[in-house]
Design a protein around this ligand. Structure first.
Ligand SMILES: Nc1nc2c(c(=O)[nH]1)N[C@H]1C(S)=C(S)[C@@H](COP(=O)(O)O)O[C@H]1N2
Ligand SMILES: [Mo]
Length: 341
């Protein structure tokens, strides 16, 4: 019998967290040793070329399609090529639609209009803004960013959108606000993963105001020169490339300005492994695997057990230290390296 063993980088956070946290540990260990989880996951079909047309491209009937492409901001260059769009569109983490990587088909059934974004908490005036109004008000551009998942795989993506600093400006936060709490939509009918009651829905993430207004913090409305497909977080998602991927929250409907550090989704699920800061740091291992290197995924050929994608060293702050390292110098002294996870 062929026993397929999962590699750490292939281990979905599902296997890493919900089984570990919610199933009997010995039962889980047995199941894992027997290869059932690996077998179940490895048999999931990734989209072949024939399916690509269905998986790739903007959501159906997106009224903003005519605004794309946005002008590329040349300040963000990459040392490796962009990842293939078909890969980025069909290899996803989006627990609202299930814990496997192949949720794209389900996600694409989600309507992206009407889509309202609530801005509340410690702001001059609470407001709800329509996504299309927001698109008309924001300074739109394209940026090429690295994306480094905590599972130790990475991709290079051309995002379209606007700097989060522009949204913070628009929100007019009060001087006492210290954090921005971000919330994903809830719709149990469309997002079947949200029927899993052991997760603390909605998905919540957070940044300090200094992080949110750093030049790198980006709100993406598109990728590859067109509106963002649902599986990648359309119509609105965060892209914070110096942090592990789970910080880049998808399907955003709410920004709350607050003086309280937000309790984030993954921190609530598995606090010892997924912290608030989550800055990419090759020197701080995940409790169950090394973060020293990553598998760079360029195309769908790099996925699966047979393939051997490029192993590259992970860089501190995912290579963005020049822009963000200064945000953490005080914290490092205050809390030590542990809270960096
Ligand atoms: N709402 C929500 N946002 C999310 C997630 C999620 O499960 N739900 N997964 C995160 C993780 S772990 C990663 S790696 C990225 C994946 O983004 P991509 O599918 O566009 O590559 O989305 C992040 N944002
Ligand atoms: Mo991730």
């Amino acid at each position: 019998m062929l026993i397929k063993r999962k590699r750490a980088w292939d281990l979905p956070e599902a296997a890493a967290t919900d089984e570990a946290a919610f199933l009997n540990r010995r039962a889980f260990a047995k199941l894992f040793a027997a290869g059932s989880i690996a077998a179940a996951t490895s048999s999931v079909p990734f989209a072949g070329p024939a399916e690509a047309a269905e998986a790739v491209g903007p959501p159906a009937g997106d009224p903003s399609a005519g605004m794309y492409p946005f002008e590329r901001n040349g300040a963000y260059a990459l040392e490796r090529p962009l990842s293939q769009e078909r890969l980025v569109s069909t290899y996803n983490n989006y627990y609202e639609f299930g814990s496997s990587k192949t949720i794209w088909r389900k996600a694409r059934e989600m309507p992206v209009r009407p889509w309202q974004v609530q801005i509340d908490g410690m702001v001059e005036k609470e407001q709800t803004v329509d996504i299309d109004d927001l698109l008309n008000r924001m300074p739109l551009e394209e940026r090429l960013y690295r994306h480094r998942c905590v599972e130790a795989w990475s991709i290079n993506v051309p995002w379209s959108g606007f700097p989060m600093a522009a949204l913070v400006d628009f929100a007019r936060p009060l001087s006492g606000a210290k954090y921005v709490r971000m919330e994903t939509f809830v719709d149990r009918d469309v997002a079947s993963g949200q029927r899993a009651s052991w997760y603390p829905w909605p998905y919540v993430e957070g940044l300090t105001i200094e992080e949110a207004t750093n030049e790198l913090a980006f709100l993406a409305t598109g990728m590859y020169g067109h509106p963002l497909p649902q599986q990648n977080g359309g119509p609105l998602r965060l892209a914070v490339p110096w942090k592990y991927g789970f910080k880049s929250v998808k399907g955003l409907v709410r920004f709350t300005f607050t003086d309280q550090k937000p309790l984030t989704f993954w921190h609530e699920v598995q606090g010892s492994e997924y912290g608030f800061w989550a800055n990419v740091n090759p020197e701080v291992d995940h409790p169950r695997w090394s973060q020293a290197s990553e598998k760079f995924l360029q195309s769908t050929d790099d996925i699966g057990f047979a393939a051997s994608p490029k192993e590259v060293p992970t860089q501190k702050f995912n290579g963005y230290g020049e822009q963000v390292a200064h945000l953490y110098t005080g914290l490092e002294k205050e809390y030590g390296v542990k809270l960096w996870r």
